[in-house]
Design a protein around this ligand. Structure first.
Ligand code: COA
Length: 278
């Protein structure tokens, strides 16, 4: 199925496959439960940069190899191995928080986390950094930091504050109790939990649906939402008005001429179906 990978998508710790408008990035360290080593952060940083400018990739899916999503930060390679090299620790720390908290959040293309199994600690920031998330019902989530005498550090506490209700964030952060995909769905950590057997196909179906939308309108949808979170009403309105003008320039006025135009000609009903990408 994935026969379209570019040769440059060769990474030590990731698999990148592109097909049908969707890039699937797979964390590929199954022997270490896909824990995020410094090399993972480097590879992710590079992969996201390359995919940003690859027109074949209109939607990104992030998942993990071998029925594991990600066991969080690589506790050995990150916290222990870099203990005595503070500058290198700071460099990797910054890279680690930036690709999840900044690059993914402001990525111009839609992103989906596909949580197929274990998802601990730092992996919550991948889930939150993506726009949407789909989980296996059988997946196991956990804010395990408290269990090893830490707190949800790096970007994780910010991710929890962005996404969860206070009671849920503190409940799971303070107890460290593991929970399943259905619970993740109930508390809004993921959009949907489905049986693991159908997770990939159901996620790819959503990804293809997003890939088929107008990419400029999609980017604007994300940007207007995320920017509005941090803005006053006045600033948000000014931003929104400017965004409309930007969209006209980027699309060559397609939302008016084609989107609204074809509706007014009776060609389709946007309430019920999507205009094709031209
Ligand atoms: N960092 C570094 N190495 C990790 C890791 C992590 N977060 N999670 C797992 N590994 C490594 C183990 O050390 C082990 O390595 P080894 O084979 O060289 O000894 C290997 O992955 C397999 O782990 P193991 O514990 O035997 O697998 P399991 O399937 O029985 O259990 C987990 C999987 C994820 C439940 C368990 O490894 C665990 O609790 N990991 C820590 C999770 C965590 O607290 N993450 C938060 C970090 S912010």
């Amino acid at each position: 199925m994935f026969n379209d990978a570019k040769p440059e998508y060769l990474f030590e710790t990731l698999l990148v496959e592109v097909a049908d408008g969707v890039a699937v990035i797979t964390l590929n360290r199954p022997a270490k439960r896909n824990a995020m080593s410094p090399q993972v952060h480097q590879d992710m940083t590079n992969a996201l940069e390359q995919l940003r400018y690859d027109d074949r990739a209109r939607c990104l899916v992030i998942t993990g190899a071998s029925d594991v999503f990600c066991a969080g930060m690589d506790l050995k390679e990150f916290f222990i191995a870099l203990k005595n090299t503070p500058r290198e620790y700071e460099r990797v720390w910054r890279m680690a928080v930036e690709w999840r908290g900044q690059t993914l959040r402001h990525y111009p293309k839609p992103t989906i986390a596909m949580i197929n199994g274990y998802c601990f600690g730092g992996a919550f920031s991948i889930v939150e950094g993506c726009d949407l998330a789909m989980a296996a019902e059988e997946a196991t989530f956990g804010l395990s930091e408290i269990n090893f005498k830490l707190f949800p550090g790096g970007s994780v506490s910010k991710s929890l504050a962005n996404l969860l209700r206070p009671r849920d964030a503190l409940w799971f952060g303070m107890t460290g109790r593991p929970f399943d995909g259905k619970t993740a769905e109930r508390i809004g950590l993921v959009n949907m939990a489905v049986p693991r057997a159908t997770l990939r196909e159901e996620t790819l179906q959503v990804a293809r649906e997003l890939a088929a939308k107008d990419p400029h309108a999609m980017a604007a949808t994300k940007q207007a939402y995320y920017a509005s979170l941090d803005m006053s009403w006045e600033a948000a309105m000014a931003y929104s008005f400017a965004k409309e003008q930007e969209l006209v320039v980027r699309q060559g006025d397609a939302w008016k001429t084609e989107g609204i135009g074809d509706f007014l000609k009776g060609k389709y009903k946007p309430g019920l179906e999507s205009h094709g990408v031209t």
